[in-house]
Design a binder for this molecule. Structure first.
Ligand code: AMP
Length: 285
């Protein structure tokens, strides 16, 4: 499996694929790979001939006091998981793009991508600068890679909406593909941050899924009033007082604007602190 460490190496790999008339799929990640990430790789294998998985812990999307320094960096294990995936994906090529910070933000780098409409919405509201960092790094990856398609998880639904807007606005022709959330057997959405949880916190974390299912059940029973659906989810959170709610929002998925009435396709997103760990989850009604 090819490991590309520089933009120059990524570009020349991309050119090789173009010369062979191969379609390219990009899967951006911050590493510490789990089955959620691998589901994106599998979708990319289905949809493209050659796949590049980027592994880059992007400093600009972390705020002061967040977990940038201690974010798990597990390159050897990630490499082994992708090798195994490549072994199963006959006739497809999987490469890893693992750049340094200096490669993505060259000396003096001072250009950022902002989508102001999203700044105060969902994670943008509770993590100032987060969406700016995400939009910037994903724009750089999309431009540098020139992929035909790029794969993202619905797990980060706010990020998906932001990236679609950004790619459309910047005339980036890569198709943005959003893949379903992969969960543990007990319903917890897989996340690289789950490894921060103690055994007790791991149990408490299930309240995120319970809150979402509570709202979903009410919606299924015919309740469309977003305020009532939101209150139902908040009430479920109250059953786990150790968990501190960051937000419970019912929004239009494409714009992340709050809605008064939930419809099929409306996004219900939650974020909560379990101990010091901030977890997110969502459902689409
Ligand atoms: P991250 O490494 O956390 O930045 O995530 C990289 C990509 O994997 C993002 O598009 C995430 O939405 C996606 N992802 C993370 N967790 C999951 C999951 N449980 N199911 C599906 N996709 C996921």
């Amino acid at each position: 499996m090819r490991i590309l460490k520089t933009i120059a190496a990524l570009r020349s790999w991309r050119e090789e694929q173009r010369a062979q008339h191969k379609s390219v799929g990009l899967v951006p990640t911050m590493g510490a790979l789990h089955a959620g990430h691998l589901s994106l790789v599998q979708a990319a294998v289905q949809g493209c001939s050659s796949i590049v998985v980027s592994i880059f812990v992007n400093p600009t999307q972390f705020g002061p006091g967040e977990d940038f320094e201690r974010y798990p960096r597990t390159f050897e294990a990630d490499n082994a998981l992708l090798q195994a995936e490549a072994g199963r994906s006959y006739f497809k090529q999987i490469a890893i793009f693992a750049p340094s910070v200096a490669e993505i933000y060259p000396r003096g780098a001072n250009t950022f991508v902002e989508v102001p409409e999203f700044d105060a919405r969902l994670d943008g509201g509770s993590r100032p600068g987060h969406f700016r960092g995400v939009a910037t790094v994903v724009a750089k990856l999309l431009i540098a890679c020139g992929a035909d398609r790029a794969y993202f998880g619905q797990k980060d639904a706010g990020q998906c909406a932001l990236i679609r807007r950004m790619a459309t606005d910047l005339l980036i022709p890569t198709e943005i593909v959003v893949c379903p959330i992969v969960r543990e057997a007990d319903g917890l959405a897989m996340s690289s941050r789950n490894r921060y949880l103690s055994a007790a916190e791991r149990k408490q974390a299930l309240v995120l899924g319970r809150a979402l299912r509570g709202a979903q059940e009410m919606f299924g029973a015919g309740e469309h009033d977003a305020k009532k659906l939101r209150e139902a989810a908040v009430k479920v959170f109250a059953s786990e007082p150790a968990v501190r709610v960051d937000f419970v929002e019912i929004v239009e998925w494409s714009t992340l604007k709050p809605v008064a009435r939930a419809e099929s396709g409306t996004l219900c997103a939650v974020a909560a602190y379990v101990g010091k760990t901030r977890l997110i989850d969502n459902i689409i009604f």
